[in-house]
Design a protein around this ligand. Structure first.
Ligand code: PRX
Length: 646
């Protein structure tokens, strides 16, 4: 057997390689390539085999290797970086800044790991983390990783129903939450949503740990279940909790994401592959040295938060900025102030956030010296040319559009400044990242489409390290959702793409019913189900409509059981408000429809399938496309009329 870590000749001279050579190496010699990358992390026991692909499409990476994400993110740096900044927590909501060194982070993580153990949490147990962007959320994540517990962070903007669905799928032993988050200076209570979700769920957690920030004066505790974070922490001040070493392929976390059904999928991640993939991106892609600061403006509830606020910077020995607040409060210069103050080198944000800044007074772009910043990476939704031009002109640094998904955990298409930075082409997130063998194929035939033609972006399996290893508790769904769209075994991204003559990729939107609102991924089916639960609604279609700032917004088309309910003056507006409120109540503000149109029929095919793409085209003023399968031509007129009326 070939040694997992034997250095190849290429590896010794990585940086002499151009992009094409580097990518080719990763595809032609995955064992050599990833064996080399694996040296970027600490292994308690080195892997015996780089890759085991004996059971496609499932793939095991770094088989037999033992490691731990928390050890790599924290303990490993104590020798050289104990006093260096690790976590820079800044809240412009509560006006607090707390900086933790690696040594302090180590202490806090150990304390909370001991708390979890005292509550009976051990290897393989699930812990749901439903928290705002506060330091304790990061301690909880790393504490789980330390003891081999599987964390599942649920985005704080989701409401009780969403939370309950995830609880029932993950069956957590413990949930960690907070009394409230803050947004725009207002407290957003969390705890009562947790209570509601525990009532709705079939498998509620035994214990709920509440980090009380004193923001919710009406906070009530459930006897025997609810515990106070600070009190528990105080009982474990000197705790030293040994790291639980995990085989590389054991699960580290579950992150739920939307798909084509109303039930979110639990993306399951491994340990070793994830650590290696993230560490490699810090070097080759985000091009950031240990000790240099990273600022990702996402939220821990999303994949960008997991990978590039929590794990990757810390694994790299880089301080990470953990920001609670809006980009425009106290003023639209706040991010640049932070960049300057903490000498941020690499920043990661979303096109929506940049569009928000673009609509503000331009003086805020020049108030702070941001010459320390080398790159701004953007992802999560299409980056339009005006936004990209505006921000690159303002910052005078490379603004890098890159593309990936919750499923992959790290970038699939990008430019690689750490290897060979190719000239930017507006609208393109660049080229396949090393490890990904990407093709654009015809939706019907599965054959590769010629350059310049639209097709579905697919990855030839096995997926590289760090991508989802399966869907939590449902291997069948993993295969069905991601590997069953074509006659060949291929991972489907469910995105349309084009590759131009020079190899640059362009992403043209989803092939399924997933929409992207302000960079947040939402399933239209989930929103439809929430609307459907309003007793007046007979049927509904939700689509994503183009929006100047948010990229897309959800819009609903509803048929009521009794249309005469709208006859009275003001009844339409009242019903629209009620339905929007219902979505907010069940799913959270993030999923709130922008508006609801009432129609007497919805466009469907003769077999009863909703023609969402045609409705979307009409709503965006485009041609509705092929209507040969339309059942009732009247329904299209109905949609036109409803849009015109609004
Ligand atoms: O449709 C693509 C879009 O966002 C989806 C993935 O969203 P999520 O799972 O939340 O992961 C976001 C990780 C950054 C993709 O299927 N998307 C992501 N990046 C881009 C993009 N669309 C266009 N351009 C991008 N750079």
């Amino acid at each position: 057997m070939k040694a997992a870590f034997s250095k190849t000749t290429e590896a010794e001279d990585t940086h002499a390689m151009n992009y094409e050579e580097f990518h080719r190496w990763s595809i032609d010699d995955p064992e050599g390539f990833w064996g080399e990358q694996a040296q970027l992390i600490h292994w308690n026991k080195p892997p015996q085999k780089v890759r085991d692909y004996s059971n496609p499409p499932f793939c095991k990476w770094f088989v037999g290797g033992e490691t731990n994400l928390c050890y790599n993110a924290v303990d490993r740096h104590l020798a050289d970086r104990a006093d260096q900044n690790a976590l820079i927590y800044i809240s412009t909501e509560t006006d607090e800044t707390v900086v933790y060194s690696y040594a302090e982070l180590y202490r806090e993580v150990n304390r909370f790991a001991a708390v979890l153990q005292s509550l009976g949490v051990g290897k393989g147990d699930r812990v749901i983390i439903y928290m705002p962007m506060i330091a304790e959320a990061l301690f909880s994540i790393l504490a789980c990783a330390r003891i081999g517990a599987i964390h599942s962070v649920v985005f704080g903007g989701f409401a009780a129903y969403n939370l309950a669905v995830r609880i029932d799928d993950a069956k957590p032993k413990v949930m960690v939450t907070s009394d409230a988050g803050m947004r725009g200076g207002k407290a957003v209570p969390y705890k009562h949503l947790v209570d509601e979700s525990c009532n709705l769920a079939k498998f509620p957690p035994e214990k709920v740990v509440i980090c009380n920030r004193g923001l919710d004066k009406g906070l009530t505790l459930v006897e025997g279940r609810d515990l106070d974070y600070a009190t528990l922490r105080a009982q474990h001040m000197d705790a030293e909790v040994p790291v639980v070493w995990l085989e590389s392929n054991e699960p580290s976390y579950i992150l739920y994401t939307s798909g084509t059904t109303g039930i979110p999928k639990g993306v399951q991640r491994d340990v070793g592959g994830y650590a290696v993939a993230l560490a490699s991106t810090m070097k080759h892609l985000y091009h950031i040295n240990p000790g240099e600061t990273m600022f990702a403006t996402s939220d821990i509830g999303w994949v960008v938060g997991h990978s590039y606020i929590v794990y990757a910077p810390l694994i790299n020995g880089s301080p990470t900025i953990f920001y609670e607040g809006l980009p425009i409060r106290p003023d639209p210069g706040i991010w640049w102030k932070i960049v300057n103050e903490y000498q941020v080198r690499t920043m990661f944000s979303s096109p929506t956030a940049v569009r928000v800044l673009k609509s503000q007074d331009q003086k805020y772009m020049t108030e702070h010296d941001v010459s320390c910043l080398r790159y701004l990476f953007l992802a999560g939704e299409p980056l339009d040319e005006p936004t990209s031009r505006w921000i690159s002109d303002a910052l005078k640094i490379p603004v890098i559009d890159h593309y990936w998904q919750t499923e992959t955990g790290w970038p699939m298409l990008s430019y690689l400044p750490g290897v060979d930075l190719k000239p930017n082409r507006f609208g393109s997130p660049g080229f396949p990242v090393y490890g990904y063998n990407i093709r654009v194929i015809d939706e019907g035939t599965g054959a590769e489409v010629p350059r310049g033609e639209k097709g579905v972006l697919v990855v030839e399996p096995p997926l590289p390290p760090g991508c989802l290893s399966t869907v939590w508790g449902d291997d069948k769904r993993f295969v069905q959702s991601y590997f069953s769209s074509f006659k060949d075994l291929l991972y489907t991204s469910s995105d349309w793409a084009v590759r131009d003559e020079d190899g640059y990729f362009f992403i043209l939107g989803r092939t399924d019913d997933v929409i992207n609102v302000a960079g947040h991924r939402l399933g239209t089916r989930e929103i439809e189900e929430a609307i459907q639960s309003h007793s007046a609604v007979a049927e509904v279609a939700v689509i994503g409509v183009a929006d100047k700032v948010k990229g897309q917004v959800p819009v609903g088309f509803c048929r009521l059981k009794d249309p005469s309910q709208l006859d009275a003056a003001g009844a339409t507006e009242k019903m629209e408000k009620e339905i929007i409120a219902k979505v907010q109540e069940l799913l959270g503000a993030v999923a709130k429809p922008h508006n609801i149109h009432f129609v007497s029929a919805l466009p469907k095919t003769r077999s009863g399938k909703l023609l969402r793409r045609s409705i979307q085209a009409l709503a965006e003023g485009r041609d509705p496309g092929d209507l040969s399968t339309l059942d009732d031509p009247n329904s299209l007129e109905e949609v036109r009329r409803a849009i015109g009326q609004h």
